[in-house]
Design a protein around this ligand. Structure first.
Ligand SMILES: C[S@@+](CC[C@H](N)C(=O)[O-])C[C@H]1O[C@@H](n2cnc3c(N)ncnc32)[C@H](O)[C@@H]1O
Length: 156
C-alpha cells in the first residue's frame, strides 16, 4: 500500500486541487474528510487541479468519525501534521502504508481529532512564524515519507 494523504475539512479549493494534482502525479491516494469549506466540485477544483484531477485517486468521507473507523479497520497508522506538535516530522520513520493528515487552513484540527491520531509531527520553522501553506506542508512530508519508503522507485 502506498503512503496516502488525508485533508481534514479543507477550506480552500485551490489548495485541495493542488494536492489532488500532486497525488495524481506521484501516486498518492487522497482522502477528503467532509465537510469542506467550499463546494467540492470539479469546477471549483479545476483552477489548481487542471486536467490532472481525472488521474487522482480520491476517496471522500462524510465525517472524521467515518474516516477514522475506515482507517482503523484497514490497520493504517494516522500521522497528523500540526503546528502544535512537539515531535519533528524529520526525526520520524514513516511506514509505506501510513496515512498523513493535514488540518484546515483556518483552524487545523480539533483537539479530539488530534488525540485520535497515532502520531503528531511538526515541520520545524523559524521562530515567530505561524505556519506553512497546507499544500506545501503536506508536500514536504509526503515527499519525505515516500522517499523513506521507496515510494518513488515505480515512477519514471
Ligand atoms: C495554515 S495551517 C493551520 C494553522 C492553524 N491556525 C493551526 O494552528 O493549526 C494548515 C495546516 O497545514 C499544516 N501545517 C502548516 N504548517 C505546519 C508545520 N510547521 N508543521 C506541521 N504542519 C503544518 C497543518 O496540517 C495545519 O493544520
Amino acid at each position: 500500500m502506498p503512503v496516502e494523504l488525508a485533508l481534514y475539512q479543507p477550506d480552500i479549493a485551490q489548495n485541495t486541487g493542488t494536492l489532488m494534482r500532486l497525488g495524481a502525479c506521484i501516486g498518492v491516494p487522497i482522502h477528503i474528510i467532509h465537510p469542506t469549506g467550499f463546494t467540492f466540485s470539479a469546477k471549483n477544483l479545476a483552477r489548481a487541479g487542471l486536467d490532472y484531477l481525472d488521474h487522482a485517486n480520491v476517496r471522500e468521507h462524510v465525517s472524521f468519525a467515518q474516516f477514522d473507523t475506515w482507517r482503523r479497520v484497514q490497520g493504517r497508522r494516522l500521522v497528523l501534521l500540526s503546528t502544535k506538535a512537539t515531535d519533528s516530522a524529520y526525526t520520524q520513520r514513516y511506514d509505506g502504508d501510513d496515512i498523513l493528515m493535514v488540518g484546515r487552513e483556518s483552524a487545523g484540527v480539533p483537539d479530539a481529532v488530534a488525540a485520535a491520531c497515532d502520531l503528531c509531527v511538526r515541520i520545524p520553522m523559524r521562530d515567530g512564524l505561524r505556519s506553512i501553506n497546507v499544500a506545501l506542508a503536506a508536500t514536504l512530508i509526503v515527499g519525505e515519507a515516500k522517499r523513506q519508503t521507496d515510494g518513488f522507485s515505480d515512477l519514471t
